[in-house]
Design a protein. Sequence first.
Length: 304
Amino acid sequence: MTAIQISNVEKSYKSLKALGGVSLSIEQGEFFGLLGPNGAGKTTLISIIAGLNRADAGSVSVHGHDVVRDFRQARQMLGVVPQELVFDPFFTVRETLRLQSGYFGLSGNDGWIDEVMHNLDLTNKADTNMRALSGGMKRRVLVAQALVHKPPVIVLDEPTAGVDVELRQTLWKFIARLNREGHTIVLTTHYLEEAQALCNRVAMLKNGQVVALDTMAALIKRISGSQLVLQLAGATLPEQLKPLVSHPQELQSGNKYTLRINDYAEVEPILARVRESGATIEEMQLQQADLEDVFLQIMDGRMK
């Protein structure tokens, strides 16, 4: 079953085209990453999914409910954690979560509220006024608010921006559990190592367009394999290895070279040629390509 269906969505703000015909299908139970630089259109797309903004063209549905025509049903399916720290300063944490439950027609929800607070390490702040919380604690409450009605689809817009390592670990442990239980997770983040560790599939946006859409494994496989970093003494890099150098400036700048390789079997022939040239290897490092390499190459237009 499709959790979120996005079809040819366009959105402009005066002369700025924020989204230029975005189409995506996110399946139920996926942990999906929505990545891109600032201004790529990620938050605009999330606002349209949440019904907070209206597309100029195209359509979005959540579990089959159109976000415009069936707004109430679509919103019931969705829990959104926004980037901004938005909170009511007049209520405690527990009161805030009870109010949020009421917006979705839920009463007697304290058992689940207690479980959410426990999993987000908020229990000892349950009776603390929201305005007395630190920024990190307020962000935990935002996550809890998005979860009080047990939505089948959870959208996290930069949920760990500027928060401590403890919260990041606590949050991901709980979110991973919800994903295992069948909840669909959509994540935007600038922490690419988080996306690589958590997401099964990724879409990359640039200037309001989808420029990459694939599984995490397939995206990383598309980049030119791994990198072999060699620091040499006694001679320069053999001529026949120079075409493998990833950064041409290294050929002029010294004795440290980054070589592209597609298979580990290529390492031994490279080392043999280095030995034959009379050079001594002072240091060697094998680096695996990661999501950051893919992201940078796609955003620079070097990879399709």
